[in-house]
Design a protein around this ligand. Structure first.
Ligand code: GDP
Length: 383
């Protein structure tokens, strides 16, 4: 599947960079074009891969390139005022080569959170191609304002996109990391996991899959709308070196159980958005690895297992042969999930935060009035 990627806000831009890095490294054709949109100039300057001409600074008349300071209402206002600028840039994308648009944004901040849902709405009105969102939820310790932003953005974004794929930063591994290195690793993983899925149908003809997962399989999986979660697992393959240093074929004797256990691990392990898997409407599985280990029976069994585990009949799947791979990897998409405790928790914290912000603001208005009221009321302001 070939995407036009639009990274909005700091996180959106960085994840877009990571997708471009993955596409470059693996020489895959999954990104037709990539844009980065921001209200903060410094964030755009910090990007490595998005072409300089594709970095769009919006809202300069309002915030002068300094960002919206986690105010997503301001982000949404700027989007409404300046979306033409972005849509003009999108008009230069060769959309005849694009299977779908994908807007990437951190939902806890201000720019991505406020701007991405509005852009989704406008892209949906103008283009036939589906518009997907990749939304990043804030980790639990980020604080109330981030939760409130995320909860409000989430409900708006889901409404405007054809499907919102969610990655919860709470699932980020590596507790000992600094924030920056943790994010860099999460972004790299995100790109790799998504990359396997997207690249599966874009083979160059050298090694042809038994069951191709092309763009239409992904589009049909996501067509039920709503929210999606994805999982990924990999099992290392031991390969001997040949006389001239090349990799020898892997031992195919345990190919079927290996595929099955990797797919189970991808589904039951750490999903990008933890959820009750039986609440999924549709699912998709891609098994990637050395061709000699991609047994047809293994992929069939894995698909059957996924049908049983999720209780849905609409499970699509296939294989993605990668001749020199040192692992067998499984990427699973659970589409249209509805039982997601994390979203309920986020909404609860958001409502509490909203209430206490209102109370605080009322209280501080009264306190300021108290402070300024002179005894006997005999002081007058200058004008
Ligand atoms: P914006 O620029 O105003 O849209 O805000 P940011 O994108 O900086 O931050 C929004 C949210 O994105 C935060 O709550 C973080 O959880 C998350 N975030 C920031 N940077 C990254 C990143 O590089 N990767 C990931 N996965 N999440 C990030």
């Amino acid at each position: 599947m070939r995407l036009a990627l639009i990274g909005v806000g700091q996180a959106g831009g960085k994840v877009t960079d990571a997708f471009l890095e993955y596409a470059d490294r693996t020489d895959s054709d999954i990104v037709v074009d990539a844009l980065a949109v921001n209200t903060a100039k410094a964030d755009l300057l910090g990007l490595q891969r998005v072409p300089v001409g594709n970095r769009l600074l919006i809202g300069t008349d309002r915030v002068k390139g300094h960002g919206v300071g986690a105010d997503n209402e301001l982000g949404a206002e700027i989007a409404q005022a300046d979306s033409e600028e972005v849509l003009d840039a999108v008009a230069d994308v060769p959309t005849h080569e694009v299977d779908a648009f994908m807007l990437v944004a951190g939902l806890g901040g201000g720019t991505g959170s406020g701007v991405a849902p509005y852009l989704a709405k406008e892209l949906g009105r103008r283009y036939e191609e589906p518009v997907y969102g990749l939304g990043l939820l804030p980790a639990k310790d980020e604080g109330g304002i981030y939760m409130l932003n995320a909860a409000r953005s989430f409900m708006t974004f889901v409404r405007e996109v054809d499907n919102l794929v969610v990655y919860d930063n709470e699932t980020m591994s590596g507790a000992g990391d600094s924030l920056a290195s943790g994010f860099a690793r999460a972004n790299e993983q995100l790109a790799r996991r998504f990359g396997v899925l997207l690249a599966a149908g874009e083979t160059d003809g050298r090694v042809v899959p038994e069951q191709v997962v092309d763009a239409s399989e992904i589009i049909n999986t996501l067509a039920c709308g709503g929210v999606s979660s994805f999982g990924y697992a990999a099992s290392p393959v031991e390969r001997k070196r040949g006389f001239f240093g090349g990799k020898k074929a892997a031992d195919p004797s345990d190919a079927t159980p290996r595929i099955l256990s990797t797919v189970r691990q991808a589904t039951l392990g750490r999903l990008s958005l933890p959820c009750e898997i039986t609440s999924a409407e549709r699912a998709l599985v891609v098994v990637a690895g050395p061709p000699e280990l991609l047994s047809r029976q293994g992929v069939e069994k894995a698909r059957n297992w996924l049908e049983e585990a999720t209780g849905t009949m609409e499970v699509r799947g296939g294989d993605f042969p990668v001749p020199d791979a040192d692992e067998v990897a499984a990427a699973v998409v659970l589409s249209g999930v509805s039982d997601v405790p994390r979203v309920k928790e986020l909404q609860g914290i958001a409502i509490e935060t909203q209430q206490s912000m209102r109370e605080l603001s009322d209280r501080s208005e009264t306190k300021l009035a108290d402070l300024l009221s002179a005894p006997e009321g005999d002081l007058e302001p200058l004008f």
